[in-house]
Design a protein around this ligand. Structure first.
Ligand code: SF4
Length: 702
């Protein structure tokens, strides 16, 4: 059979790079960047080739397996689906709908079938116990969208292709290729800012790979971002530096006055004391940012998952709005996606409509923070989770306090996992249902076009033929929903969903494209396999706003309490070190550690520690050391480096593939440790319920 070339959007991370894939005999021969993709223009990162590794991984499951007397045995699809439906229904019938919980991992949004078909399945379960990777670190962004702009998916992104001044706070986009900001080849885009005379500044407890390329790096003590942000708002208002420009009519002036009053305790000396940043550096930063013609302030994980993560994202939006850097080229802007996830139809306030049973944490967008997942399973009482579903996620490694969740999953009456691996999480399942993998499925990255710094649209047909006897993920969701409805609903009621069960991802996409303004159709996308360019981001306010009065709600009620109380929080500046996470280019959360190409080379799961902190504790470079927090301990190799701010240490997330019962071949030798074993799920941002990942107190000793 001859060799053919196919084009596809990489579904591994948010950057949605275009790939050119050579295929022969239904096997991948090579993977390169697609030079004709209008967005990524040939860029790829080393992870792209791991798509082949995942597809060919001998550890990948292809048939359902069931645990029988502690041993895994292959079973047929219908038998597996029927048993899952029967077990889940039996639990719900005995203990109520909330007795079944579900966790959806990060790959869910990188998969067209799961994105389109899992929501209906989840709704059909009628459980409030829904969790996902979203709540590990991004609820603050969604909450600000919901409260300020009228939709949970109205998340503004930095227009980095047109800005001249980019502040990156708590993010490392050279490595992540953008997070809640889809931007392939950030390195090239960052360089372009500098070449047009602009400036890039990073603010982070670690001198990151992005800091290395930036014009200036500012160290900040973890968890103190809010003081810099509120002091910046105060400084701008006090010095009459605000300029709303075309947003004058979109903002209520009384709210600005109220904000000025609320932020008045946050002075630059106070911010300097809290953050560890010199007061003159702060003043220069705010002046340069507010005076720049085209500037944008962007905050990501280090900001999102700290004690005031939710409030920080409100503050970042307020700063961009007050300084005239919002909804304008080069500032913080909304996208115009061909498939619009934020439209009038789906608008409604989606926060704190109900609370979690044990800890009383608020729902956001219909889900509870993953911080309370283990408690909802372990703590007895009405509504306790007894049956659980995981879909393409490994929360034992990827949510805070993995050990507690490990223990919780083991206690369940029944668990099913939709996953291609037997891993640290799915080992607790009774049945595993493995879907066809990325290269065998069609793809349209709907979530990421909504967050992209340029408007494009790209549909990918499957690259490889699906193996006989395997099922697509959407077929699994439909199969489960049908089987559950067969048990729960009358024949008459079941008929209502008959037409839905006939849908395919392509039909869903075709209908979804009608929600956008671009007029792009599926047929056009099929005819343009490299993707369609829909142009740069455009100013869209007030038309785009989905608030009831079509104005920006600059001061939502939910933020006021924290603005009032944050000033009295005393930060312990004792000798205890503060832990932050980090990400590597060849790592994708916990996804790729069974690809030898991604884990080979020098040990990467190390503890970064500043030379003075290491010296104080008698730690040598390369030495095995112990790191303890209130909830756990890990043993890890020390890497002494002045890229860390003194008083802080860093461990990468997503590692720790060394728990009992797993047999992944590569992971055995390159396990690393799970940073999440040190994170206390009970230490949360009280507003959003997101666990504090950035700035966790730890002791480090030999
Ligand atoms: S940057 Fe992300 S989308 Fe691009 S090739 Fe790498 S993993 Fe794929």
């Amino acid at each position: 059979m001859s060799r053919i070339t196919k084009y596809r959007t990489c579904n591994l991370c948010e950057a949605i790079c275009g790939l050119e894939i050579e295929v022969e005999n239904n096997q991948v021969v090579s993977i390169r960047g697609d030079k004709h993709d209008p967005f990524s223009q040939g860029h790829i990162c080393p992870k792209a080739v791991a798509l082949k590794d995942i597809h060919e991984d001998p550890d990948r499951l292809k048939k359902p397996i069931k645990k029988i007397n502690g041993e895994w045995q292959e079973i047929g699809w219908q038998e597996a689906i029927d048993e899952v439906a029967q077990r889940l229904c039996a639990i719900q019938s005995q203990y109520g709908d909330n007795a079944v919980g579900i966790y959806q991992g990060n790959p869910s949004v990188h998969n067209m079938g799961t994105s389109f078909f899992s929501p209906n399945f989840v709704r059909s379960l009628k459980t409030l116990n829904r969790f996902s990777a979203t709540s590990v670190d991004q609820l603050g962004h969604h909450l600000a969208g919901d409260q300020m702009f009228g939709h949970i998916n109205m998340i503004p992104v930095p227009d980095i292709d047109h800005t001249d001044f980019w502040i990156i706070m708590g993010g490392n986009p050279i490595v992540s290729n953008g997070s809640l900001m889809t931007a392939p080849n950030v390195g090239k885009r960052l360089k372009a800012i500098q070449e047009r005379g602009g400036k890039v500044i990073t603010i982070d407890p670690r001198h990151t790979e992005t800091s290395e390329k930036a014009d200036q790096h500012i160290f900040i003590r973890p968890g103190t971002d809010i003081y810099l942000l509120l002091a910046s708002i105060n400084y701008i208002l006090q010095n009459n530096k605000q300029k709303l420009n075309h947003l004058e009519d979109c903002v209520d002036a009384t709210q600005i006055a109220a904000i000025q009053n609320l932020v008045s305790p946050y002075s630059i000396p106070m911010a300097s004391n809290a953050t560890g940043i010199d007061a003159d550096v702060i003043t220069t930063l705010i002046n340069e940012y507010s005076d720049a013609t085209r500037a944008v302030w962007y905050g990501r994980l280090g900001v999102s998952a700290n004690v005031y993560g939710g409030l920080c994202h409100w503050a970042i939006n307020v700063l961009n709005i007050l300084t005239g850097h919002f909804d304008t080229p080069g500032g913080s802007m909304f996208t115009s996606p061909a498939l619009n996830l934020a439209n009038q139809k789906s608008r409604s306030k989606k926060f704190n409509r109900w609370q979690s049973r044990v800890d009383g944490l608020p729902e956001t967008g219909g889900e509870f923070p993953s911080a309370c997942m283990a408690e909802e399973i372990l703590v007895e009482g009405e509504g306790q989770i007894r049956g659980f579903i995981t879909s393409c996620g490994n929360p034992v490694l990827s949510v805070p306090n993995g050990n507690r969740l490990d223990q919780a999953l083991e206690s369940l009456d029944f668990m099913v996992s939709i996953d291609i691996y037997l891993n640290e999480t799915t080992r607790h399942a009774d049945i595993i249902l493995p879907p066809a993998t990325g290269l065998e499925t069609p793809h349209y990255p709907s979530g990421f076009h909504n967050l992209a710094i340029r408007n494009t649209a790209n549909y990918s047909a499957p690259v490889l033929r699906k193996e006989e006897g395997t099922l697509y993920d959407y077929e699994i969701f439909i199969g489960l929903q049908k089987a559950i409805e067969k048990i729960k609903l009358s024949e008459e009621e079941q008929k209502k969903n008959e037409s839905y069960f006939q849908l395919t991802p392509e039909l869903m996409l075709s209908m979804g494209l009608m929600s956008g303004d671009s007029g792009v159709t599926l047929e056009q996308l099929i005819q343009n396999p490299h993707g369609i360019d829909l142009g740069p981001l455009q100013s869209q306010l007030p038309k785009k706003l989905l608030t009831e009065n079509q104005k920006i709600n600059l001061l939502p009620e939910i933020y006021i309490k924290q603005i009032k109380t944050a000033s009295s929080r005393i930060y312990d500046q004792s000798d205890q070190l503060l832990l932050v996470g980090r990400r590597h280019l060849r790592s994708n959360n916990s996804w790729l550690h069974n690809s030898y190409r991604m884990v080979k080379g020098r040990e990467r799961c190390t503890l970064l520690i500043h030379p003075i902190d290491a010296q104080k504790r008698g730690i040598n470079d390369g030495q095995k050391i112990s790191v303890c927090s209130d909830v756990g301990e890990v043993n890890i190799t020390a890497e002494i480096t002045d890229e860390m701010m003194q008083g802080t240490v860093s461990i990468p997330h997503g590692w720790g593939h060394n728990r009992n019962g797993i047999k992944l071949k590569v992971a055995e030798d390159n396990a690393g440790v799970s940073m999440n074993d040190l994170i206390d799920n009970k230490l949360i941002d009280e507003l959003t319920g997101v666990s504090i990942i950035s700035g966790v107190p730890v002791d480090v000793k030999v």
